[in-house]
Design a protein. Structure first.
Length: 326
């Protein structure tokens, strides 16, 4: 079995680096939020003889309990190309007005003109990989590269869901990158890039082999519309009939699609949004009563019980713990 350093040839790697014709940059990616949530992260560039923007690789593994991270307030349109690979989560992805339910191993590909928004349903552990490719990356690699096929081909996919077996093989490649980040290989940057090529090639292989696909679940247009309406109006919504009327569906149908596709009810989904807002108010110094009514609750007792159910603590305990942590 060949050593990892022989992916492109041991001598080839050393000669390219020594001659300076291969730009090799590898350093820790030390964004404060990433440092706390992504134990393994890096930015590197091995794909061009010129100095250009680095690829950023992150492996996130943390508890999602942050006001900025719980629910993306706005849809995002990045200036780079991104691959997300989900491991463990309770997340929905809205991409260009379509909402998807990622599974274990689901791969989400965001192009430069795509608009996306993660929808986090609850406070929970989340683990996923995120890889960002700058636009100039595609100027310096061959058009036959698997990266071109994933992002720039006419058959571009937004999300694919491999079978569990195919996903495990994909994670086997990503874990090699994790090990390189934990080690001290002198060729780590180049090896990481070679593993990314293998990773992208395997995704293309999955796309070409239907037996390796488990199928995607796209959220219905009505549910998509309901989620969007709730996100914009959760503080003032006057009952779920209002949502059903906006979506032009029956109340029973609305409840059914929430349960089937999100495994929750419209009321529970609205309350998640309201409690998220209440947590923000409490962090800002508001008292519990003001936070209750400012978050769209009309009943103080119901607010207390809902807050405790969704966060595991009372509003007062939460407020006290937040003030002590500052």
């Amino acid at each position: 079995m060949k050593k990892e350093t022989e992916f492109f040839g041991e001598n080839f790697t050393q000669d390219m680096i020594k001659s300076g014709s291969l730009k090799s940059l590898i350093e820790s990616y030390d964004d404060p939020w990433d440092m706390s949530c992504s134990p393994r992260r890096i930015k590197f560039s091995t794909y061009s003889p010129k100095e250009c923007n680095p690829i950023i690789f992150r492996h996130y593994d943390h508890i999602l309990d942050d006001d900025k991270g719980f629910s993306a307030p706005e849809k995002m349109c990045p200036d780079y190309y991104t691959i997300f690979v989900f491991v463990e989560h309770n997340t929905r992805m809205m991409i260009n007005d379509n909402v998807y339910i990622p599974k274990f191993g689901s791969v989400v590909m965001i192009g430069r003109n795509d608009i996306y928004q993660p929808i986090f349903l609850m406070r929970d552990r989340i683990e996923y990989y995120e890889i960002n490719f700058p636009e100039d990356f595609f100027k310096h690699i061959n058009d036959l590269s698997p990266f071109h096929e994933l992002f720039l081909s006419e058959k571009k996919h937004s999300i694919i869901s491999p079978t569990h077996e195919a996903a495990e093989k994909m994670f086997h490649i990503l874990r090699k990158i994790d090990r390189l980040l934990e080690g001290k290989s002198s060729h780590a940057s180049f090896l990481i890039y070679s593993h990314l090529i293998s990773f992208a090639s395997y995704i293309c292989d999955i796309l070409a082999d239907k037996d390796k696909m488990s199928g995607n679940q796209t959220i219905t247009r009505a549910l998509n519309k309901a989620i969007d309406y709730i996100s914009s109006n959760y503080l003032t919504i006057n009952g779920i009939q209002e949502i059903a009327d906006h979506c032009q569906v029956s109340l029973s149908y609305l409840c059914r699609i929430f349960k089937k596709q999100l495994n929750t009810t419209p009321i529970e989904f609205i309350n998640l949004r309201k409690i998220h807002h209440a947590k923000y108010m409490l962090k800002k110094g508001y008292n519990v009563t003001d936070a209750c009514y400012a978050s769209g609750f009309n009943n103080y007792t119901y607010f207390i019980s809902t807050f405790k159910k969704l966060t595991g603590q009372t509003p007062m305990s939460y407020k006290k713990s937040e003030s002590e942590s500052e």
